[in-house]
Design a protein around this ligand. Structure first.
Ligand code: ARG
Length: 552
């Protein structure tokens, strides 16, 4: 049975081993990565129980997060009119849809855990996989956590002290964002279970908030109530497309904001291994979940437009609070502020969990300094561990029940990748400190779509290079082509629209390449030549397979 996304934690998260005995970073499996290990949140291959409906709710839950409650402002400001905004939301959704379909094909053709890192290594060579891991650790993971933390901060400040204080200083918002980050990181350092137990509640919160906005919007519109203000604030008096931006760069920025709300579609593959019947159900899940999310987002935006003046939608990242206020007054804004901040807290928790495992796997693989591939608190850890393992006996004051509920009974508290999560929290804090929602969304989008583009381009290359490769699911070839064209447009416009963020992403990528070719890659090259000598003495076929296994 399926109760939450975290029941599948081992599959959602890149660290886990797969049936083939591979790990996230493609190396042969390692006992430390044993899926039944506490670190991975439970056992992996226990049940292949995912049905179509389970998959559907899981994927929708992965995608919906902070974006639909925060992006509308940036989408509107840049698209210029309600009609253009809705168009941007649809285009962003369709782009995510083609991306998810393409990733489904890649996931079937290269059935190893690890997502883009594995696909890129297989298609372009290990340097590309390293570059992805590097950017995921220094840009994508902390960048997305920072965006979610900032939205968490803005919503919770509005819930507690009201809009005036929230607008008075961004530092209050940022302070709360940082506090949330610290809290979530601490929770995840103490215990894996503590972090994952609460997931159901948060999942529920965001569905509730989104469905609330959409349904209320429709009801309100149907009963004739809708915002009616001065003509320059009321698009109904001006027409749908009045004011539409004519600058393509603005459209690109609007798209990045919309794409943030749809992001997470690349995680769809992590649930594949859990399907009872993946060949039939994975495409079905993709082709219903993404249209459903698109529909929900478009309806939510229509609801915002019906109830709020466009100037208000554009003025803050907390559109749901304004919405609640307009319909139900102060109570409405409080309820929505609480729902959305709760949903963001849950998302922050989930992303801290996955980031910790990603950095940990990178440390184990030798992609990052060894310390990040360690568990627990180092030397002082033994005492704490024994203390919790002995729970319930005369040696410990901690009742056994407590340990069983929060931590792994065989491993105890603090049996988590603490160094890895600390690195992630520090980087996230830096982004929260120097960034804002608007700047970070473009920064994240440019970095993210560079790799999505490469991976989907890789799919096309793979069709040509390895046509015989077994593909349980095959998209129309137009799907990846559309995806590549639109992403290329987005990436090429970013340079003009947001030069600072784009250059920063390029700088990180160059740094990653330098690190690979000057250092990490060389080190691995040496290891491999030693490996190859052994291999040559072997039967050629076995050797080849070995090498492929090592490489993929
Ligand atoms: N779509 C999500 C939101 O609106 C963001 C997902 C973050 N990305 C990720 N790969 N986890 O908040």
């Amino acid at each position: 049975s399926v109760s939450s996304a975290f029941d599948f934690a081992p599959n959602l998260f890149p660290l886990s081993s797969t049936a083939q005995g591979y790990t996230a970073l493609g190396a042969p499996s390692n006992p430390a990565l044993d899926p039944s290990n506490a670190l991975n949140g439970g056992s992996l291959e226990k049940n292949k129980s995912l049905t179509y409906l389970n998959g559907l709710s899981l994927v929708i839950g992965l995608i919906i997060g902070s974006g639909i409650f925060s992006s509308p402002s940036q989408v509107n400001r840049n698209a210029g009119s309600p009609g253009a905004s809705l168009l941007v939301w649809v285009v962003a959704g369709v782009l995510a849809w083609t991306g998810a379909a393409s990733y489904a094909e890649l996931g079937g053709a290269i059935p190893l855990n690890g997502g883009a890192q594995v696909y890129l290594s297989h298609i372009f060579g290990e340097w590309a996989g390293f570059l992805f891991t590097w950017c995921a650790v220094v840009v994508l993971k902390p960048g997305s956590a920072a965006i979610i933390a900032i939205i968490f901060g803005e919503y919770i400040v509005r819930a507690i002290v009201g809009a005036e204080a929230a607008e008075a200083s961004t530092w209050i918002n940022k302070g709360i964002a940082l506090a949330g980050l610290v809290l979530v990181t601490l929770l995840n350092c103490v215990s894996t279970k503590l972090g994952t137990r609460s997931a159901d509640v948060f999942m529920f919160l965001k569905f509730f908030a989104l469905i609330g906005v959409t349904v209320i919007g429709i009801v309100v519109a149907a009963t004739g109530f809708s915002y009616n203000g001065p003509a320059n604030d009321d698009w109904k008096k001006q027409g749908w497309f009045e004011g539409t931006s004519t600058d393509v760069s603005n459209w690109a920025v609007a798209l990045y904001a919309g794409l943030w709300a749809f992001d997470g579609w690349d995680n769809v593959n992590y649930v594949t291994a859990e399907f009872k019947n993946p060949t039939r159900d994975l495409p079905r899940v993709i082709h219903t979940s993404l249209p459903l999310v698109i529909l929900c987002y478009v309806l939510a935006n229509v609801a915002y437009f019906l109830v709020l003046p466009t100037s208000l939608i554009e003025s803050s990242n907390t559109v749901a609070v304004a919405f609640g206020h307009q319909v139900f007054g102060p109570i409405g804004s409080l309820i929505l502020a609480l729902l959305v901040s709760g949903s963001c807290f849950g998302a922050l928790n989930a992303t801290t969990f996955t980031s910790g495992r990603l950095v940990y796997a990178a440390g184990k693989e030798g992609y990052f300094p060894e310390i990040f591939g360690t568990i627990g608190l180092g030397k002082s850890h033994r005492a704490i561990r024994l203390h919790s393992i002995n729970a319930g006996t005369s040696k410990s004051r901690i009742p056994k029940k407590v340990v069983d509920w929060f931590a792994d009974a065989d491993a105890g508290f603090f049996f988590t990748p603490i160094a890895a999560m600390t690195l992630n929290a520090l980087l996230t804090a830096v982004y929260v400190f120097i960034g804002s929602f608007d700047t970070l969304v473009t920064f994240y989008g440019v970095a993210g779509y560079s790799f999505y583009f490469l991976a989907v381009l890789g799919l096309i290359i793979l069709r040509v290079k390895e046509p015989e490769l077994e593909r349980p699911y095959k998209t129309w070839i137009t799907t990846p082509i559309i995806f590549c064209c639109v992403s290329l447009f987005l990436l090429s416009r970013a340079v003009f629209a947001e030069p600072v963020q784009t250059l920063l992403v390029v700088a990180f990528m160059v740094a990653g390449l330098v690190i690979w070719f000057a250092w990490v890659g060389r080190k691995r090259g040496k290891e491999r030549s030693r490996f190859r000598r052994v291999e040559e003495q072997d039967d050629e076929k076995v050797g080849w397979r070995f090498w492929k296994r090592w490489r993929s």
